[in-house]
Design a protein around this ligand. Structure first.
Ligand code: NAD
Ligand code: UDP
Length: 314
């Protein structure tokens, strides 16, 4: 049994990760400041004697003895990370300093939930880990992109300078049950709009692409990455290479929900990446043949079912 700290554990991905780690017989400490996270996502775990919930903000130091740290704390939806950009940068940068300092002192392994956003609006396609990216350092997405890039730099330097046992994964767009209806990301927006027969809001012409990964595939990749030897630090891409335009995504969701919604076109936000697709060769090689198992249609059906129930309860 390992003692594991999950920061951002009451968020969308973190709540799935806490559940899986507990199911595998670990002791889990879930730390969250509840900015976008909710107690309702982990409430069913509170009776488990091996689960602890801590309200804390990672911009402040935190002291605990654990074997492993998964650092997921950071708002991930553009709407949320742009709400307080300075706080977003502090969360990525000061949070990384605090948790790396902790990992150094207690000799814990520490995994950073980085992002495909480090590639910005990528000039190479699909994206491999050796691509340095194309990020506007002063644009509206920079609080997130540059914060995550700085966190990667901190992780690598704590490894080189202090032998901290680091792991960096670059997560591509992930979706699934336990997303919030007002999260603001595209999959949840389109599904909620379709279920309520409201207009489907495509930003721009809908020809920009994303590659969508179902959350269980991500969690499997995270756990496999944490289990790799200390000489493999990453960064490694974790995503589903299936690439779709936003128009294709909208049409898919309209068909699966049988919705009467109309598609409408709204202005494209500044610096919105035009394309995104992970090259997952490294993950396959280093993570014991890991690859995504859940195709988009199947993952969307499960996510639609979740939102349908959630909205009818409300
Ligand atoms: P989310 O917003 O649902 O979860 C983030 C969690 O972090 C929330 O529970 C929030 O309350 C908590 N948090 C935020 N700031 C904090 C702080 N200062 N101190 C403590 N807790 C804090 O987002 P998510 O989709 O679950 O993303 C989890 C992680 O994975 C994030 O680091 C995100 O950048 C990364 N990621 C996610 C995706 C994706 O598509 N879901 C893609 C790339 C990277
Ligand atoms: N998007 C959209 N309609 C929405 C929300 C998002 O067309 O209601 C687009 C957005 O402009 C982007 C893509 O969908 O091109 C993915 O957006 P999301 O916020 O989910 O994540 P991103 O990958 O941009 O961080």
């Amino acid at each position: 049994m390992n003692r594991i700290l999950v920061t951002g554990g009451a968020g969308f991905v973190g709540s799935h990760l806490c559940e899986r780690l507990l199911n595998e017989g670990n002791e889990v400490v879930c730390l969250d400041n509840f900015f976008t996270g909710k107690k309702s996502k982990i409430i069913h775990l509170l009776d488990n004697p091996y689960f602890e919930l801590v309200r804390h903000d990672i911009t402040m130091p935190y002291y605990i003895e654990v074997d492993e740290i998964y650092n997921l704390a950071c708002p991930a939806s553009p709407v949320h990370y742009q709400y307080n950009p300075i706080k977003t940068i502090k969360t990525s940068v000061m949070g990384a300093v605090n948790l790396l300092g902790l990992a150094k002192r207690i000799r814990a392994k520490i995994l950073q939930a980085s992002t495909s956003e480090v590639y910005g609006d990528p000039a190479i396609h699909p994206q491999t880990e050796d691509y340095w990216g194309n990020v506007n350092p002063i644009g509206i997405r920079s609080c997130y992109d540059e914060g995550k890039r700085c966190a990667e730099s901190l992780f690598v330097n704590y490894y080189v300078q202090n032998n901290v046992r680091i792991k960096i994964i670059r997560i591509f767009n992930t979706y699934g049950p336990k997303m919030e209806p007002d999260d603001g990301r595209v999959v949840s927006n389109f599904i909620v709009q379709a279920l309520q027969n409201k207009d489907i809001t495509i930003f721009g012409d809908g020809q920009q692409t994303r590659s969508f990964q179902f959350v269980s595939d991500l969690v499997e990749g995270m756990i496999r990455m944490m289990a790799t030897g200390d000489d493999f630090t990453g960064p490694v891409n974790i995503g589903n290479p299936g690439e779709f335009t936003m128009l294709e995504l909208a049409e898919n969701i309209l068909e699966l929900t049988g919705s009467k919604s109309k598609i409408i076109y709204l202005p494209l936000p500044e610096d919105d990446p035009t394309q995104r697709q992970p090259d997952i060769s490294l993950a396959k090689e280093k993570l014991g043949g890991w690859e995504p198992k859940v195709p988009l249609q199947e993952g969307l059906k499960q996510t639609i079912h979740y939102f349908d129930q959630l909205l009818s309860e409300k």
